[in-house]
Design a protein around this ligand. Structure first.
Ligand SMILES: NC(=O)c1ccc[n+]([C@@H]2O[C@H](COP(=O)([O-])OP(=O)(O)OC[C@H]3O[C@@H](n4cnc5c(N)ncnc54)[C@H](OP(=O)(O)O)[C@@H]3O)[C@@H](O)[C@H]2O)c1
Length: 166
């Protein structure tokens, strides 16, 4: 069963509405405290970029770790993946980055979980690359941070960003 972390943000009454939402990294602890037990055995997809929004100059996780690693440590019974953080929302919706098909990087330690998520991404018409073990989330978050920094500085568009030529 694939359960994307943002789909369990609130109670059953608004789950349908919240299932299309993502939430910022600082909210993750609250969600895990409220819903962590329900995520046991489930695939959890961490899409966050844990930016320090006060300085906009660093990430809030230790340099030798990642948001995904922190989440995995808090959800030891879940199958945690990192994905989508390097693709701006506009490129997921459009399916393209400039002339290129949008590519979603997926990192994780559970091969079956990665295959399940990859099938979902491919079915949506996007390309997917297995980025390796969950340890690669650190590099993916660095890439996401750089891309956000460039967009915030108006050096790239929020509907653009990094593309991949395989
Ligand atoms: N936007 C992108 O292009 C993009 C791309 C890749 C990754 N991401 C990552 O996705 C995450 C969210 O980004 P975003 O752009 O979607 O942010 P956003 O537009 O600011 O949306 C944040 C959402 O989180 C909800 N939220 C906040 N606290 C919550 C809580 N305690 N329980 C349930 N929902 C809560 C908010 O709901 P309310 O409005 O009701 O407060 C809002 O809908 C970030 O970590 C970001 O780095 C974003």
């Amino acid at each position: 069963m694939l359960r994307v972390l943002w789909s369990v943000a609130r109670g059953p009454a608004d789950r349908r509405a919240s299932s299309r939402r993502a939430f910022p990294y600082p909210t993750v602890d609250q969600v895990i405290a409220q819903r962590g037990e329900q995520l046991a055995g489930k695939i959890v997809v961490d899409i966050t970029n844990p930016l320090n929004f006060e300085t906009f100059d660093s990430l809030t996780v230790p340099a030798d770790s990642s948001a995904a690693a922190e989440i995995a440590a808090k959800l030891p019974e879940s199958r945690v993946l990192k994905a989508f953080n390097t693709t701006f929302a506009g490129t997921l919706a459009a399916g393209t980055v400039g002339q290129l098909t949008t590519t979603v990087l997926v990192a994780g330690d559970d091969a079956d979980a990665k295959a399940t998520l990859s099938d979902v991404i491919s079915a949506a018409g996007l390309k997917v690359i297995d980025a390796g073990a969950l340890k690669r989330a650190r590099e993916m978050e660095a890439l996401g941070f750089l891309q956000i920094s460039l967009a915030a500085a108006e050096k790239v568009s929020w509907t653009g960003g990094f593309g991949v030529v395989a």
